[in-house]
Design a protein around this ligand. Sequence first.
Ligand code: NAP
Length: 546
Amino acid sequence: MSELASPTTAALDADVIVVGAGMSGLYALKVLRERGLRVIVLEKAPAVGGTWYWNRYPGARCDVPSLEYSFGFDPELEQEWVWTEHFATQAEIERYLNHVADRYDLRRDIRLSCGITAATWDADTNTWVFDTETGEQLRSRFAIMATGGLSVPHRPDWPGIDSFAGTIVQTSLWPEEGVELEGKRIGIVGTGSSGVQSIPELAKVAEHLTVFQRTAMFTWPSQNRPLTHEEQAAVKATYRDLREKQYHSYAAAAGTSGAVIFAVPTDDRKIKESTPEEREAALAEHGFSASRIWADTATDLDANAMAVELFNEMVRRTVDDPEVADSLCPKDYPIGCKRPVLDAGYFETFNRDNVTLVDLRKDAVVEVTPTGIRTEHGFAEIDVLVLATGFDAMTGALTRIDVRGEGDHLMRDDWADGPRTYLGISVDGYPNMFMCVGPSSPAVLANYPPQIELQVGWIRDFLLHLGEHGITRAAVEPAAQEAWCEHVADVAKDTMFMADSCNSWYIGANIEGKPRVFLAYAGGLVAYMERCNDVAAHGYEGYALS
Ligand code: NAP
């Protein structure tokens, strides 16, 4: 791909530097290298896998079915890989991604334990310069930021937290060698997906588990199960059809289970038109899922409140202690505002003798001491403190490093009022830089592997187009970016994501000072790719190419 390397071939370490060796970084390396581009991947972790390397806490597993949460680019790969459960564990997905790295000989172009501290646009040569944590400097024509949407852990800044003398561990930085948990007094903070998955597992091994909950969570039984040979063979016999469905669906999902399809009602009936008897029958038939079947709960807050009541009725029927049940009932925000969570025996865990719930809305944290957590009304002695407290999502990875574009602008300053992107892929003022599953793309609202294949495929085709036409600079036109940002906000505005009572990481509400901006594209994968493909078909309109 000599056109891409000109005119500074000698000084370039690669045509493309990809930051991150998670799912999108691995796929980018594969497809760009096979089209003749020289690619280097820089990865902070000592291993490949991204999210699936870092999040190895007890109970960690994917909430999208394994046969769907996998790459479809190579029919041989999808036939040879054997999944063992409907929802795969972290360990199995990590093994899968390592298999992908080996099968396509990717490791030779990946530098591990090599995070970057800065990426700087050099306008004189139309290149990006990367400073690494190892003190190296590398230069490429193009930058692909495959840095992940949920890769920067968020930690509470409670008084005394650094004085804690026991083991303190973040779910998203769980050590490879594991944590001694057996027979310990464990405290866990946070009841999002990570907390909800960990809590039943921690309760099984702890002498005592204290759960510190700030906001009660909507979580539905995952119905996980081992995959039978017959079930897997049936999917593999028609895998191409499944992939086609994924690529042409709202959430890159073909099936009927998993967290990403929760926004899709399974029923034509409206809860507002239902009788108490019909709602009771729904509870008897669907249990917790009775709260998510109705056609009118996604956009009508009154209907949504009725669905919340069905959910909370199930909590009360499941949890023995009425006071604990009451604390576990989500009350002040709608279903669909936050990422749906799938669990395995979450509410039942609070019936165990060795589990205590501390409702931080009634009993706030005062301080962490060397031996535990003091709240307004009590003190919990703790040996191991687990923080399942989430992430600086979608933008954190790029605003924490010095990404310096044209005119010496820093991305974190440009994004002080929220991320501004074109198609969730490019940013005005940062030429030749592309993001994978970045802010204002479907990202967390769609199944990752198929979405990555489509989006990275689009970036690959763009890079080949630039090479074929001898173009060394691709910059976003400000008006195109403004129009995309307006469209993204418009699509989200009438959804539960933006309800006044909704405070989720989708809108940055979990990070103090972060602007309240919806961080993904809610129009669905099909509409998104149509727009991207339209841009390409019109000669990459919205980009100034030179
Ligand atoms: P999260 O959804 O942001 O949950 C963080 C939890 O920590 C919330 O309960 C939050 O309470 C609590 N918290 C944060 N700061 C706190 C503080 N200072 N004091 C008390 N509580 C505090 O994070 P997550 O559980 O890691 O999940 C993030 C996303 O990762 C998910 O939404 C999902 O997209 C992905 N994920 C997926 C899977 C899967 O595939 N199964 C598993 C794990 C994660 P508030 O609600 O009050 O802020």
